[in-house]
Design a protein around this ligand. Structure first.
Ligand code: SAM
Length: 287
């Protein structure tokens, strides 16, 4: 076998494989080993998986790839579950990124688990996490909400349901709707909320736009973004109560020097380090 893949002895079970979200080299050696070794291969898009295997020199070695996607789940699942019942290793890859994350795989996992078969993850790229990594928004708490519904009314209700969530909100959105979604979000969360649009990550036209919801909407109207998009909405300042911040500062000061305590709490809540330092001095004076 050429390339980096090694044939390995795989325990029977269902393996969910993460695949690249753009750059074909964002694949783990373990995923390549599993692709080379699984007795049964299944994919959301069989051609795409074959291409990926070709790129990395993994041969099919006589195996077929079973199609398993949103439209054939009920018909295709029994085949995969039968293979698991026969003690085989079954590997599944979705189109891109991690299966199950805004992609097929959940029902298959659920049924495999219910039937008592082992389920394994071969983790790797997830667009939501790649976007969070480059966004520069708080990452101590984040909520992945997937794709908002297409219909405008349902999308508004969907965003409204998310308005009390604390932390960074991560959405997947189509380029055709992103400007409108930013406008709806501005109406619900406030136009001055920090937001980030990350598109085509790991690909040739990778781009990250940062601003407020209002600014990003304007930017998308003036220069419509193309390709695959992750939208991130940062914390609103009203989400963090001063009491909560002060309690965190008091606690951090029991462990750290004031300078470091102020830095830690400022990063955690995205508030001013200087203000915290001043408040810390006052608290020290009071005690
Ligand atoms: N399973 C994938 C994952 O782990 O992220 C997500 C699949 S979902 C059907 C496809 C959506 O993910 C795209 O519409 C876009 O919102 C996001 N996405 C996928 N690849 C991306 C990339 N390279 N850059 C930005 N967003 C991406």
């Amino acid at each position: 076998m050429s390339g980096h893949a090694q044939k390995v002895d795989l325990a029977p079970g269902l393996y969910f494989l993460a695949t690249p979200i753009g750059n074909a080299r964002d694949i783990t050696l373990r995923v390549l080993d599993i692709l080379a070794s699984a007795e049964v291969l299944a994919a959301e898009d069989t051609r795409r998986l074959r291409q990926l295997m070709d790129i990395h020199g993994v041969s099919l070695a006589g195996r077929h790839i079973v199609p398993y996607h949103d439209h054939n789940g009920p018909a295709a699942r029994p085949k995969l579950l039968d293979a698991l019942a026969a003690g085989k290793s079954v590997a599944y890859a979705s189109d891109a990124g991690s299966p199950i994350v805004a992609d097929p795989g959940h029902v298959l996992a659920r049924e495999a688990i219910a039937a008592g078969y082992p389920v394994y993850a071969a983790p790797g790229p997830v667009a939501a996490v790649a976007a969070l990594t480059v966004a520069g928004l708080p990452s101590d708490r984040f909520t992945f909400a997937g794709f908002p519904p297409q219909a405008k009314g349902a999308r508004t209700r969907f965003l409204d349901d998310l308005k009390d969530i604390v932390g960074t909100l991560i959405l997947y959105e189509s380029p055709n709707r992103v400007a409108e979604t930013l406008g709806l979000a501005a109406g619900i969360f406030g136009g001055d909320r920090p937001a980030v649009l990350a598109r085509e990550l790991t690909k040739k036209f990778e781009e990250v736009r940062r601003g407020t919801l209002d600014e990003l909407q304007e930017s998308c109207l003036a220069d419509p973004p193309r390709g695959e998009i992750v939208l991130l909405i940062g914390k609103g300042s009203h989400e963090v109560s001063p009491e909560l911040v002060e309690a965190a500062l008091v606690e951090a000061m029991t462990r750290l020097r004031l300078k470091d305590a102020a830095r830690e709490v400022a990063e955690r809540f995205s508030v001013s380090r200087r203000d915290l330092y001043q408040r810390g001095l006052e608290l020290q004076g009071e005690s």
